[in-house]
Design a protein. Structure first.
Length: 129
């Protein structure tokens, strides 16, 4: 079943946005945190088959990496979490056009929703910037 077609020029009833990679450019920060966390637990370089975990959610991504590199997920998570928080807190930027889109929608009174697999602490850290 497909969504009903929107009439040209009809006002939006609402808009939903994903956070990471749609509103905020965090993919490179995520990979950097993975590299640093793996290095901290003894993995010196990424394998050529390094799995892409961006967008999978934090714990599933950590489990995927732990399995791929043969390391414990708890130790990997313990190394990843503070690195991720540091990077996100200091270097995250909006995706091109995201700020303008949100400003226009808010100006038109369109209700907005944020949809994300990120945890509340991550959302709060990004929204406070």
């Amino acid at each position: 079943m497909s969504a009903p077609a929107r009439t040209q020029g009809a006002p939006l009833e609402a808009a939903c946005f994903d956070l990471d990679g749609t509103l905020v450019d965090t993919e490179s920060l995520h990979l950097q945190a993975e590299v640093e966390a793996l290095r901290a637990i003894g993995v010196r370089a990424l394998s050529t088959g390094h799995p892409r975990t961006f967008g999978t959610g934090l714990l599933p991504g950590i489990r995927t990496l732990a399995e791929h590199y043969g390391v414990g997920p708890d130790g990997l998570f313990a190394a990843y979490a503070p690195m991720w928080e540091k990077l996100v807190g200091s270097a995250s930027t909006l995706m091109p056009g995201a700020g303008e889109a949100l400003t226009r929608l808010v100006g038109r009174g369109v209700p907005l929703a944020l949809v994300t697999s990120s945890d509340e602490a991550h959302v709060n850290a990004l929204s406070s910037r």
